[in-house]
Each structure stands twice: as C-alpha cells, then as structure tokens.
Write a protein that binds this ligand. Sequence first.
Ligand code: ADP
Ligand code: MG
Length: 413
Amino acid sequence: MATKVKILEPVEMKDENLDDMNLEDIPGLGPKSATMLKEGGINSVSALMGSTLQELEILGLTRTTSKKLRQSVKELFPNIYSDFIEDQSLEDIEGIGPTTAKSLRDKGMNIHLLQTTPVKELEARYGLTATTASKYQSLISAMKGGFFKSAYDIMENERNTDYFTFGADSLDKLFSVPELGISGIKAGDTYEFFGAFRSGKSQICHQLCVTIQLPKEFGGLDKRAIYIDSEGTFSPSRIIQMAQRLKEEHGWDKSVDDILGDILVARAKNTDMQQQITIKLLDILGNTEKDIYGILVVDSVSSHFRAEYAGRGTLAERQQTLNHHLSILNRIADTYGLSIVITNQVQSNPAQFFGDPTVAVGGNIMGHWATTRCYLRKSKGEKRVIRIFDSPMIGELEAIFEITENGVLNSES
Ligand code: ADP
Ligand code: MG
C-alpha cells in the first residue's frame, strides 16, 4: 500500500509545480526507464508530455508504455492536461499488440492509413487477412465515432477548415465564397490545373509551395510543401524570387534558406517512379510529425503516362494505372489532410470543330478526380487567364493573373 500513497502524493502538489515532480515519481516509470529518458534529453515531466510517441520509441520506450505514462501524468495534473489528447496509434486497436503494431509500422502503416487503405491492398502489401483487416477497420471507424456525422457537424467542420492564399489577389478572389468569408486553396481538397505549355501551371505550383509556409496572419498555414516533379521543371531560383517578393510584401521574417528547406522535392522519371514516390509518401507522412505538410504538388501528373502509353492499343492499361495513381493521391488527401494540386497537359480534340479544341489529358478518370478543375491559357504578354472548369462551390468564372520575375501576381484586366 505504501506505493499507492506515493502515487497519490503529487496530486497534492500545486499544478504550477509540475516540474518539481521527478520522472521517477510517475506511476509506472521505473528508475531504469527514467535514466533512459534522461540520457535522451527528456529531463522533466513536461518534456515527456511534449515528446511524440515516435521520439520516445527511439529512446527505447514502447508506445504502449509511453501512453500509459502520459495517461498517468494526465490524471495527476488534470488542470494542465485536460486538453491533452493522446494521438491514436495502432496499439489502440483491440487485437493489435506491440509486435503486430511494430511489423505493420515497419511497412509504413499507421492507424489513419489502416482505415483508408482498401482491404485488398492490406492483404497484398501488409500481409493481413481480409477478415482481420475488415475487423480492424470497423474498430477504427467506431473509435472515430462511426460512419455517420450530422449535417451540423459537417457544417462546423467546414467552418473550421483552413484556406491559404495564392499570393495573388485576382486568384484568391476567383477561389472565394464571399458569403462564407473564405478564399484561396482549401486544406485537404484536390485541385487540377490544366493548360498548354507555358500557360502558368508550374508557376502557380511553385508559388503555392511558398504561400503555404506564410504565417496565418499573412494568409498561409505555416506548413511545409512536397513537390513531385515529373517534367524536371522545378526551380529553386524561382522559389527564391517568389519568397523574396512575399517576404518584402509582408515583412515576413522566415529566411529564404528555411523556405527552400521546407519544400521536399522528388523527381519522378517515369510512371513507375511516380507511383513509388506517392506510395512512399503514405509511409513518410504517417511517420512524420502530424500536420507539418500542407500541400502536395504533382507537376505534371500526366506527362509520363502519356509518353509511356502511346497508341490506342494501350489506352485501357494507361487508364487503369493512372486510376490507381490518382487513388493513392486521394488516399494521401483523405488520410493526412494535405491539399493536393496536380497539373495536367492538354491535347487537341479532333472531334471538336467549334470553340476551343483543347481538352485535358486523361479522359473521364482524370476528369472526375479533382474537386476543382481549372483551365489556364495564355493571353497578351505576360498575362494568363484562369477559368474554373468544374467546382462544387464556385461558378464558371475567370480571372487574370500575370507572371513576372517576382512570381504569380494579381492582374486587374
Ligand atoms: P507550364 O504551364 O508549362 O507549367 P509555367 O508555369 O512554367 O508553364 O510558365 C512558364 C512561363 O512563366 C514562361 O513562359 C514565362 O512567361 C514565365 N516565367 C517563368 N520564369 C519567369 C521569370 N523568372 N520571370 C518572368 N517570367 C517567368
Ligand atoms: Mg510546367
């Protein structure tokens, strides 16, 4: 019973004295583990609470133990940690022990991804049986409150969804719903920009990788960007020019080096690599700190598919592979809440005699993928026209922007 008294002791301490409590005093934490933590730089209770399960695991503490310890601290200091939500992990699913969790995690799995990955793929790539996989999925679904939400909750969610700026007023205005007071790119949504060579697709993508990093007060989300470059056109010097303009305009103090450092770039040289990169991202995003990345750009999504599957005979196969690729992108958006922006080429449509004869590559599969599709075309001089082609929120409106040395800018006419 003596131990019990010891456990209860800290409750009588004043909450402000959290760090007067020694790590060893946390119920369930032995001297050996305490030493292990201290050697890893975790010297205080607050440091323990501020570390991720992954960081603690690296120091040698299993996730199950870490969770128990943090739960104890939460109970001891309810005033301080009432809002502390333990991030869910694979171990929280009934039937998944530390060993299974580890082996799944080694293959890049995490609890959120487990919910959004099709059972068939869980069987093929992660070695689960269909029955087990379905069971896990319904457990996660139940943990997250079931399949259904009220329309009210959905509306509340919408209200709390983040948006970030294009860094050009005419574009923000085009992508706005004034009644809801929102404008720009919506977090977690999918966008397709299609248009001819030099219409400004890559320029917009570059700029979004900078604006996402702006602090919220300047219209950003203070997050990082990922850029999959399939055409070899990603340009760090372009990022520098855009960053310098936005830094000056807002008095933004993030250094250009840090802005460059917060853009993760992958060069895809063919469709296989492009697929592998996105599948790898499912793993990377599940194992990095939550919410640090805000946007994934795929520029362009279609060029390799178009080149590798030439000729009519390969059309069905191309569409099937493209479909799979797009479904992985969807899973990234659904699982991790990143906005996804893809660019797409156009081709002339021989069947069309009147009007603009260019259509986006990729047919129906591509046509139905993005929540918002936009068509870009060149106008006089440096001016470009962007038209909303298909969107659930915005009508078929147009806006004009300019591409200058300083990046993508507003244009009134
Ligand atoms: P695409 O639609 O093919 O991806 P881009 O978005 O790369 O086209 O747009 C290319 C255009 O951007 C160029 O034709 C040029 O007009 C403009 N541009 C690119 N870099 C600069 C720069 N440093 N200064 C001014 N304009 C630039
Ligand atoms: Mg381009």
